[in-house]
Design a protein around this ligand. Structure first.
Ligand SMILES: [Zn+2]
Length: 282
């Protein structure tokens, strides 16, 4: 009997030792990121860390089929921030997770009132319910960015699933009547070697995160953004709450005393084919 108990203990011990490597996988943090420290820094774009991508199809060319004459009419009368951020003090306000029926029009109204520009990272599966909001944001000169189809954690997906998240959203933009996007923002900021090589466009991150989605106080949201924003900041917010829209009514005129509020395209002077990770302009 004693021998049997000892045998069981030994068996359990062996099992525990064998399971140890798998246990460390389970406790890996959800926001674990790829280590880019070995990558070369591109002098032309000080905040972009270029990476070697695997070959990929030119998705933009194949699905951005709005046509030249349609694009001309879409762009006629469209003015954007058009600021040289190497010469001017720029800040980029960005708004994730729309289009939202209630809050996206409010954010657009406030930006329009102050002649400020921003960048909207939209979720593909929300586009067909509000294509007019996407068209309005584009027409009024703001950037439209791809924020995936269903807002997943990309480190949980296969390369094929990542590609579907990205391509479906590009297609939905074209169906809504705006050009397919030239920039991507990964949900939760998560990117992996697979997502970086699968998505053929720059990944726009941020360097000011006031966590507005979790903020109950307009005052503290205003304070957080004003205190942390400086020349070249990219601020991440969400067009999904009253706290954010109320705070914007104070944040925008205050920032405009010292800064131009610009799109990400203007801040980074993005060219077609650019890739890399962008946090802010230094
Ligand atoms: Zn998001």
């Amino acid at each position: 009997m004693r021998y049997t108990i000892l045998g069981r203990l030994q068996f359990i011990t062996i099992l525990a030792v064998l399971a140890l490597p798998f246990a460390t996988l389970l406790i890996r943090p959800a926001h674990a990121e790829v280590n880019f420290s070995s990558l070369v820094i591109d002098d032309n774009k000080p905040n972009a860390q270029p990476y070697e991508g695997a070959s990929f199809p030119d998705v933009n060319r194949s699905i951005n089929s709005l046509g030249d004459s349609f694009m001309d009419s879409l762009n006629s009368g469209r003015t954007t921030s058009n600021v040289d951020c190497r010469l001017e003090n720029c800040i980029a306000l960005t708004f994730d997770d729309g289009p939202n029926q209630l809050y996206t029009p409010q954010v657009l109204d406030i930006l329009k009132q102050y002649q400020a520009y921003g960048s909207f990272f939209i979720i593909g599966n929300r586009i067909s319910a509000h294509p007019e909001l996407v068209r309005r944001a584009y027409r009024e000169g703001h950037d439209i960015g791809n924020h995936t189809w269903s807002h997943p954690m990309l480190d949980k997906l296969t390369p094929e699933q990542i590609n579907n998240e990205y391509v479906s959203t590009q297609e939905a933009m074209v169906r809504a009547g705006v050009p397919a996007s030239n920039m991507f923002r990964p949900p939760y900021g998560i990117r992996t070697a697979a997502s970086l090589s699968t998505i053929p466009m720059p990944q726009m991150l941020w360097n000011v995160d006031p966590r507005d989605w979790n903020e109950k106080s307009v005052d503290s949201l205003v304070q957080h953004v004003l205190q942390e924003s400086h020349r070249g900041s990219v601020v991440v917010m969400h067009d999904t709450s009253t706290v954010t829209t109320e705070a914007l009514k104070r944040i925008i005129p205050e920032l405009q005393k010292n800064y131009k509020l610009v799109t990400l395209s203007d801040m980074f002077d993005l060219e077609p084919g650019d890739r890399g990770l962008y946090y802010g302009l230094q």
